[in-house]
Design a protein around this ligand. Structure first.
Ligand SMILES: Cc1cc2nc3c(=O)[nH]c(=O)nc-3n(C[C@H](O)[C@H](O)[C@H](O)COP(=O)(O)OP(=O)(O)OC[C@H]3O[C@@H](n4cnc5c(N)ncnc54)[C@H](O)[C@@H]3O)c2cc1C
Length: 311
């Protein structure tokens, strides 16, 4: 019997008594990723607050059960074999605006969607997050990968963040400790055993009309340039001084297809799942694009998206 099956048999009663009906077993992850791709997780648990996330992580660490935290699953490619151990889906979504302070800010739990927080700030006449309109996923995932658009990124808004670590302690980190770079942070580079519980983001008072106009402008640019359909957003990081999409297009790869995975005909850095796409096919398409661009232009395209699970 595989090690994990043996382990599951011994740990399941304990996990079931801790999490009750919230614990799900053998859950297909394609339902929880924006690309609609991914095999089964042995176990799956939703958390609806930072406290629930702390309790779950502490329990699983103490029991030595491997686990993975996902927000919107919008920056990952999950393998067909899926994920061994537990997947926690973060739906911790408490939000508190501090709009009266001299420096307005918002506290948000890490399961809040960047788009949602941008819309709510705009309704209060608070500027700073217009660039995040239309970005799916969670703030936790956005901070982990330093999500950004239109020359802004989440690092530029961040005042501080609260994390939970393997010593079972909640810590407040200053921004510099995250060592942000373009679409990366120390969490993405080094994967220390910590999770983002909440963030505080800086905002400013501006004319509400100007905020909505900016958001509408950005949303329109998204609609014009980005393809609809199931995807992970941009597949590769832009190389310095270049656009990954331009290189892929110049290599003649727009519309290239393996199985039901396709390099978008609209935006070459978006790879579309046309239905029931296997992760293996998406991965083969990634490699084909990387190899072709390297041969033609001598540029190594670095994945922005993470490959997750058992390959
Ligand atoms: C249509 C579309 C458009 C997009 N546009 C943009 C864009 O304009 N700019 C951009 O930067 N990105 C964009 N993305 C990518 C994606 O939406 C963002 O990167 C998003 O912030 C990822 O968040 P998530 O919750 O989905 O992360 P997930 O995919 O769930 O997770 C990604 C990684 O973050 C880790 N993680 C998640 N939550 C936490 C946490 N609380 N603590 C620690 N680690 C955590 C996960 O373990 C995983 O390793 C787009 C994606 C799509 C599908």
């Amino acid at each position: 019997m595989p090690v994990l099956n043996r382990m599951k048999r011994s740990i399941l009663p304990d996990l079931r008594s801790t999490f009750g009906d919230r614990l799900q077993e053998n859950v297909v992850l394609s339902c929880y990723t924006s690309a609609r791709i991914g095999g089964p997780a042995d176990m799956l648990l939703f958390v609806h607050s930072a406290d629930e996330l702390v309790q779950a992580a502490e329990k699983l660490w103490k029991m030595d059960v491997p686990f993975l935290l996902l927000g919107g699953g919008s920056n990952v490619l999950v393998s067909d074999k899926g994920v061994r151990g537990m997947v926690i889906i973060n739906r911790a979504r408490l939000v508190k605006f501090d709009s009266q302070a001299e420096q307005p800010s918002v506290y948000a739990e890490s399961g809040v969607t960047p788009n949602d927080i941008a819309q709510r700030a705009a309704r209060l006449g608070l500027s700073g997050l217009e660039w995040a309109a239309g970005i799916p996923g969670s703030l936790g995932g956005a901070v982990y990968g330093n999500a950004g658009a239109f020359d802004s990124d989440i690092a530029g808004n961040l005042i501080s963040l609260e994390l939970f670590d393997r010593q079972y302690e909640r810590q407040v980190w200053p921004v510099k400790k995250m060592k942000f770079g373009y679409r990366t942070s120390v969490l993405k580079r080094e994967r220390p055993p910590v999770f983002i519980l909440s963030v505080r983001l800086a905002l400013s008072h501006t004319d509400p009309q100007a905020i909505w106009a900016k958001m509408e402008h950005f949303s329109e640019r998204r609609r014009d340039t980005q393809p609809p359909g199931a995807s992970m957003g941009s597949m590769f990081k832009n190389p310095t001084g270049e656009k990954a999409g331009r290189l892929i297009e110049a290599a003649g790869l727009k519309g290239t297809r393996i199985g039901n995975a396709e390099v978008s005909t609209q935006h070459a850095n978006f790879f579309i799942n046309h239905g029931q796409t296997r992760a293996e096919d998406m991965k083969a398409l990634i490699e084909l694009v990387q190899n072709t661009v390297a041969e033609k232009f001598g540029v190594n395209l670095e994945l922005e998206v993470e490959l997750i699970g058992e390959w």
